[in-house]
Design a protein around this ligand. Structure first.
Ligand code: SF4
Length: 437
């Protein structure tokens, strides 16, 4: 192996063995040629000489022993030199392995974009359309069709995604909603969630800002819901920044929605965006805002670390993609901040080439994959992306398990409406995962 030639075989101490594992993982992820070049990022060639500085050793040792990482320590970790990053990865992996073992999860979903109209205009958005650029909204019949097809294809999650409150911006959308008997997107989603559940698939709704009354209704059909914090910084709302002109991206309001969800004991998925013009300090502050929320309510079931990728036609098309090393650091620091009990996810479709490498940074979830939407034109090829995930994850010594949109540790009366819970329990094994056929 090309990469292994870079390692100090003469001294096969624990550290060398770990670096060997990292090198092998890197090679499996990126291929032999590119891996040699990329491994140099970590200072390949003199691994036997690598030792953590006393401060780094103190910070990661404390985290491995289960102590909280302070904000100051987390900020220090953001400034590690590339060749120090493997120590951070090692700590993050050790913390994940101790609490989560070698199980990595994912869910099978059907993506339902109920409406792509939105009153906001995020600089990175590829989802929003204007009236006339596509359908105003999916009809109830469309939703039933997707739910039935999803359930038939073995999906367990009906992932509702919409723009934010388009009814406040577009008369034509208000009219379309009115024609099917609704005044708000939330009212429509609440009914469609119930419809999905009755068709054998669990709704997981990402509505945006919501009132306690709306959330309480969603809870009657959704075993879990989600709202990305994205970032806690008000600065990103200012002119020239990613969230300028976005009434629903005010961090305080997003935190309030998640507090309502906490009051109602709704298992909740949140997370941050990486590379949208935020500083590393703002990123760390966002993680600590979510940590505080999690400590208060216990309802954060999952933290997504989502990387920005520029696309043609968006306001931020000239922005660089989130830097890989920064992503690695952010994921690993998140594991140290939240500890072993939190589920930490990176979206594999946004990290298509290197998602398995993030296992070395402490993730334990690969999010939702959508066999129906991605492979709709090749029904004879059963879910290749799941098969690929299984192959790559098991090659690194981990077990891939399918979960529902709600994580196993939240499957009980405290967190899920009794009617929904009954249906959830019918679909999981004794560990809370989807049974293996
Ligand atoms: S909230 Fe932002 S990212 Fe979401 S649909 Fe609207 S403009 Fe796009």
């Amino acid at each position: 192996m090309v990469v292994l030639k870079l390692l100090p075989h003469r001294k096969r101490n624990g550290w060398s063995l770990y670096m060997t594992f990292l090198a092998e993982t890197w090679e499996k992820t990126f291929g032999a040629r590119e891996s040699a070049r990329l491994l140099e990022t970590f200072g390949a060639g003199d691994f036997s000489e690598l030792r953590p500085s006393p401060k780094l050793e103190r910070v990661v040792s404390k985290a491995i022993e289960g102590e909280s990482v302070t904000r100051e320590d987390a900020l220090y970790l953001t400034e590690l030199f590339p060749k120090e990053v493997p120590f951070l990865l090692l700590a993050a992996s050790a913390i994940r392995n101790r609490s989560r073992g070698k199980t990595v999860t994912y869910s099978k979903n059907v993506f339902v974009p109920l409406t792509q109209l939105c009153r906001d205009r995020c600089g990175y958005c590829t989802f929003k359309i204007e009236p006339g650029e596509g359908t105003l909204l999916m009809t109830p019949e469309d939703v039933v069709d997707m739910a039935e097809k999803g359930a038939k294809a073995g999906c367990t999650e009906l992932l509702f995604v919409t723009g934010d409150k388009p009814e406040l911006a577009y008369q034509v959308y208000r009219d379309a909603l009115g024609e099917i008997g609704y005044q708000t997107t939330a009212e429509y989603l609440i009914d469609m969630g119930k419809t999905g559940l009755e068709h054998g698939i669990f709704p997981h709704t990402n509505l945006g800002l919501s009132t306690p009354e709306e959330l309480s209704e969603f809870r009657k059909s959704n075993p879990s819901m989600g709202l990305m914090l994205e970032n806690i910084s008000e600065r990103l709302l200012k002119r020239g920044n990613a969230h300028h002109g976005c009434a629903d991206k005010v961090p305080k309001l997003r935190m309030e929605t998640m507090e309502h969800a906490g009051d109602l004991s709704i298992p909740w998925t949140s997370g941050i965006l990486v590379g949208i013009g935020e500083t590393f300090e703002e990123r760390i502050d966002s993680l600590y805002a979510l940590l505080e929320l999690s400590r208060r309510y216990g309802h954060l079931q999952e933290i997504i670390i989502q990387n920005f990728n520029p696309k043609e036609g968006i306001k931020m098309e000239e922005y660089p993609p989130a830097d890989f090393l920064e992503m690695l650091k952010t994921v690993a620091i998140s594991r140290l901040v939240f500890g072993g009990d939190m589920n930490i996810q990176i979206p594999p479709n946004l990290n298509n080439r290197n998602f398995t490498f993030y296992l070395t940074a402490g993730i334990n979830d690969l999010g939702g994959v959508s066999p129906l939407t991605i492979d709709y034109v090749n029904p004879e090829a059963p879910w290749p992306q799941v098969e690929r995930m299984e192959t790559e994850v098991s090659a690194l010594g981990y077990e891939l398990r399918e979960r529902l949109p709600v994580y196993p540790e939240y499957i009980d009366e405290r967190w899920i409406d009794p009617y929904v819970l009954g249906k959830v329990r019918e679909r999981v094994d004794e560990r809370g995962y989807v049974p293996v056929n």
